[in-house]
Every structure is written in C-alpha cells, then in structure tokens.
Design a protein around this ligand. Sequence first.
Ligand code: WT7
Length: 645
Amino acid sequence: MHKDLYPVKPEIAKNAWIDESKYKEMYEQSIKNPEEFWAKQAERLEWYSKWNKVKETQFTKPVSIKWYLGGKLNVSYNCIDRHLKERGDKVAFIWEPDNPEAAVRKITYKELHKEVCKLANILKDMGVKKGDFVTIYMPMIPEATFAMLACARIGAVHSVIFGGFAPDSIADRIADCESKFVITADAGYRGSKVIQLKENIDKAIVKSDNVKKVLVVKYANTKVEMKAGRDLWYHEEVQKVSDQCEPEKMDAEDPLFILYTSGSTGKPKGVMHTTGGYLVFVSMTHQYVFDYHDNDIYWCTADVGWVTGHSYIVYGPLANGATSLIFEGVPTYPTPSRFWEVIDKHQVSIFYSSPTALRSLMREGDQFVKNTSRKSLRVLGSVGEPINPEAWAWYHDVVGDGRCPIVDTWWQTETGGILISPLPGAIGQKPGSATKPFFGVQPKLLTLEGKEVQGAGDGVLVLADSWPGQMRTVYRNHSRFEDTYFSNYPGYYFTGDGCRRDEDGYYWITGRVDDVINVSGHRIGTAEIESALVANHKVAEAAVVGYPHDIKGQGIYAFVTLKAGELPSDEVRKELVQTVRKEIGPIATPDLIQWAPRLPKTRSGKIMRRILRKIAENQPDQLGDTTTLSEPGVVQELVDNRMNK
Ligand code: WT7
C-alpha cells in the first residue's frame, strides 16, 4: 500500500547542510575519532575558556559521564548575547496565543536579552544563588522561556513541571530537589479550559514546606491569593530591576536543569542535564536534523514542560539564532485547521509535532488541511512515539503536499537530544522508521540474554558509547541511574525500547519493553498509576497496563480489585478516575477500568502483567504459558469480562 522508501528529494539535498556522502563521511569520523569530531562541533558555541579534555565517559560501574572537561561557558549568553551584534533585531520568539483573535507577541533577540536580564535580577533579589533549584510551573507563554534562560544566566538549575500535573505531583517534584523558589502564573489556557496554576502551587506548597518565594506572572487575570512575604508579582518586581545582568561563568559539567520523568518503578526521577555537552548537542541536532537555515521560521508544537520543549523550542533553536514559535493552544481549537492556519499566518518552514496530534487531526478529514496553503513548509518532523504508516503518509501527502521530507526523530528525556532520525538531505525515509543514527550514536540490538544481534533482526535497543547530550545522573540518586540504565546490559546504555533493524540498516522502534506506557507521547509509569489508585480507600489492589489506542497510541487500562464489602459501580469508576487525576494529573486518566475480583499472580505473589497486557490488547488467544499461576481460573474470568472486546 505504501511505498517502501521515500528517497531523498534532490531539491532538498541540493541546499542541505548534509547530503548522503557527507553523512557517511561525518558518521565515520564521529565513531573513529570522537574526540576530534566533538571538539570541532563545540566551536559552534562561544566559550570563556576551552575544555582540556573532550570526553571522559564510562558505562560500567562506577558510571561517569563528562564532556568538555574544564570548559567554561554560559547557556543564556550563547542563546542570546552572542547573537545581538548580527541578529539583535531578528525575532527570537513568535508567540501565538490560544485564542486566535488575541494579539501575537514577537520578541527580538534584543528584547529577549532585556527580559531575561530583568528576570535574572529579580531572581537574585529573591535570594536565588548559583546552584539553587528553581521550579517553573507555567502556561505556554514567553515568560516560561524567560524563566528558563534567566536561571541559566545566573547558574540556577531549573526544574520545569508540565502544567497538566496536579498538586501532589508538584509537591513530590519540589520536595525531591528541595527547591526553595517557584515561578508560576495566575492561570493558563488550554483550548477552551482555564488551568488554575497558582492555586495548584498553593496546594502543593502546603505539602512541602521548603518553598520560600513564589514569583507570579499576571496573565489570565484570575483571582489568586498572594501570601505576604512569600508571593511576589512579576509585573511589580520587574519595575525595580536593571535590564543588564552579567552571565555567570559556568563549568561545562555544571547542571543546567533537571526534568522529572517516569520509569518502570517508583516515583519519577530527576533526569539531570549539564551545560556544555547538552548545548553543543541540541544546537547541532537542531541544525542538521531539521536542516535549519537562517531564514527559517521554526515551530515545535511541544510544551516547555517536556524535554522536547527544552531542547527544541528553547535551547537548540536559540543557540542557532533561530526564530522559534511558541504556541499556547491545542491542535483542534477553535477548529482542526488551527495548526495549518498558524503555519500560513507566520510562514512556518519547519514544523515539528507528534503522531498523536496528527492522528487526531487526520480523523477530522482532509478539508481542514486543504483549506490552507502551507506553501511555506519545507521540513516536517515527528516525535514521541512510533508514527504509524497511515499517519506518516497523511503527513507527507496531505500536510506536506508530497513536497517535504519527514524526520521521525527517536530520542528520550534521558538522551537530551535526537539520536536516531533521517537527515532531510541525506537519508531516504521509510514510513514508521526512525531510520539511521545521528553522528556519534552507536545503536546495538541485544537479545534479552544480552547477546548482540547482527544484521537484520529484533532486540532491545542499547547504545554503545556516550554522546554529549546524555543525562549525567538521576538527581541525588546516582545508584538509581546506574541500576536503571547500565546494569541489565553492562557496558551499554539501556534505552528501555525494543527495536528492529532491517536489511538496509534502518531502525524501527517497536515500543517500551519495560512497565512504562506512552500515552499521547507522554511517558507514564504503570506503577505510579497503580499507587494513585490504591490511594483510594475502596481499592485493595490495582494493576495497570497499556493497550493500543487509535489516537493516543496507547491507552491506560486498569484492573482493579475492590476491598471486601465495596461494590463495583459506574460511580466508583468515576471516583477512581478522579483519584488518579487528583494524585497525578489529567494526563494519567485511566481509559478503561475493569473490575478484577482477583488478579493473576505467580505462586510467589507477583502480578503477571504479561497476561494482563494480552487481555487488555484483546488477544486472549495469546496468553502464553499460564501454568505458573497460583490460580489459573482467574484468567478466564478476566478474559470474559474484558472492556475492549
Ligand atoms: C520514549 C521517550 C523525546 C521526546 C519525547 C518523548 C518513545 C520517542 C519516538 C519515535 C518511536 C519514540 C520511546 C522512548 N519515542 N520518540 N520517534 N519513535 N518511539 O520523551 O517522554 O522521555 O519518552 O518515547 O519509547 O523511549 P520521553
């Protein structure tokens, strides 16, 4: 049905940074002589003083990852000040509000410099010092990016929390890094909804008492409580400070930010990224993967609350002096033409979005796309989960009018930047494949026993050597870092993903092999949802798995055992959904809840998720070996009552 290979388009290759032979040559150099290769790449930044060693990395215990050792630089300087002489009046950010009738904001590099300096000075006045943690919980407004860059300017470490997280999740994240400072706004918009951010922060702070100061951006003009001595209005503070602030000279390995992400067990972990290697890597991948050129208008539709927003709305694009579009809204509001209208309105040439957004728009019908021009588009990107070939073809043929290459970019919060992806002028695409490794990236496939798969085949995806954007540690828990990523397959970084390599050496990500599910491109640990469910006093036990969902990629399927005496009903179902939304946030809302009088367990009492997964996937004939179950009858009971027959 679909053509197997979409070869590189000659008109794209002609003007691209990297063509096929250049890719081969550079890739080879990057593997043969990484030190020389990455030293040259680091020259894309301005350093106060150069590193004395490019790379010192070890994937066996004790795991240690360091890049550009001894180098000094500042991220905010490199993203802003460095461009002032030649691009001071160039627009750094275009802000497109949720409401298409509301005013657009355009912020030049010169203006950005002033805003970031002012906010950096406010932070200093609040008592923020180099190395302090600052929590950012903001709507998608330019001030969110000013906040990140202001932290980077003074050497504070930011921890951005996605606006969809509930007070309990915020409290956990504030407590884990003992953050004393919060930057938020009164409220934000998402489609037709208002999200009360300040109220959520207030509730979170009650649970973690380390917070000393809260800076509040007045944005939606909702009524909020301001606690004297703790809460400050941004618009008042900004009047009092200078618009000049010297950037702090940071070490290449000083932390830049932490970002909490879900794993297979326990609470989310603080993924730590540092200064030098991260910025080199996101700048380089942004340039080459999107074939970014100076006159491009670049739009990544992610939220700054996720790593995609960090690396490809803020740091990568700004390091390259780009014009980056910040979109506050959602794809379907007010109509399913919204994305394409924004593209026309701002003449967007590079567009980077997610399979889940594309699928939700695809089902609305082509007319919502075809009533727009989209002539400005040159490169299309996808991230977050595997893109199904149907959505790929729609993206290519309908959105891109067959003219634009699609870069399906595989990476993770942990990797900092894109690791497997086509380069528009160098690598032909196959719908559904992330294609080939970026420079310096050495993917390998291993069997579950750790044997390397040669040539075409299936396995778990591991990486054989470090790249500069790699996370350095789990904040305050280095042994969790070592255990999660480096102990199953010693000597390799374990991605948690399954993968297939075809005869042409193309990589096809097949999804997580651990207990992490990917809902609309958001990563959620099944363990987190289970512990939220059992927080409800009616629940005795819960087991959560993913199942295929047309729009979201994966949906959340919960098997719940109620306590003796509790009766299952639709009301209880609704109550449990509310419990999860309250404990974690709307992104973890279960799609299906099946009452399970009993759960399938091994004789040692371990829940057999493999079986639950098959039931949720509606493949009751593929349950596999059930002989080790303590009560084999349980399974048939669950199969008979499954929710998605
Ligand atoms: C997981 C990482 C990195 C930004 C967004 C998600 C899945 C991500 C792809 C892709 C297939 C993908 C993987 C990965 N994933 N991109 N292009 N093709 N799968 O970041 O929340 O850290 O999730 O998302 O399973 O491990 P994240």
